[in-house]
Design a protein. Structure first.
Length: 157
């Protein structure tokens, strides 16, 4: 395995491959952000100091019928320019979600041709997880209609 596999298989840019494990029928890939891409979340400065690391386990696209998990090392960064001390944000997953954006797109693609229950059986998550991904997608699409160019909103009788 190499970093190019992580890029071509899962579309992960800016991460380097550390190692893999096979645990209970699942594949775990340990990855970490490349050192040259670390910068402050607030001011975008590259003048930083590492202050520890945390791990986050994310579900990503399956390989065949095998579930795949990414174990991402998230560095805690202190900025020398603004003094900010935070964990680095992950671009591959939304905050407080246990799956990647690519996995969510995969689930949404399956929901177009299958029922929620069938999707959950195929990929091995609960139907409520599939429903949550679908609800978040629909809320993003239809929650706030674009009213910037509208002068008057009328409600027909």
């Amino acid at each position: 395995m190499s970093t190019s596999f992580i890029y071509h298989a899962f579309g992960l840019q800016g991460y380097e491959y550390v190692h893999q494990q096979f645990v209970g029928g699942s594949i775990l890939f340990r990855i970490r952000p490349k050192a040259k891409l670390l910068r402050c979340c607030r001011c975008k400065s590259y003048r930083i100091i590492r202050r520890g690391v945390s791990e986050r386990r994310l579900r990503t696209l399956p390989i065949g019928l095998k579930p795949v998990w990414l174990v991402v090392e998230i560095p805690r960064i202190q900025c020398l320019a603004c003094g900010c001390l935070r964990y680095m944000r992950l671009g591959i997953a939304a905050s407080r979600r246990r799956y990647t954006r690519a996995f969510a797109r995969f689930v949404l693609g399956l929901t177009k041709v299958m029922t929620l229950k069938d999707v959950s059986r195929l990929i091995g998550i609960g139907w409520d997880g599939v429903k949550d991904i679908l609800k978040r997608h629909l809320a993003r699409l239809f929650a706030r209609p674009p009213l910037a160019n509208k002068r008057v909103v009328e409600i027909p009788r």
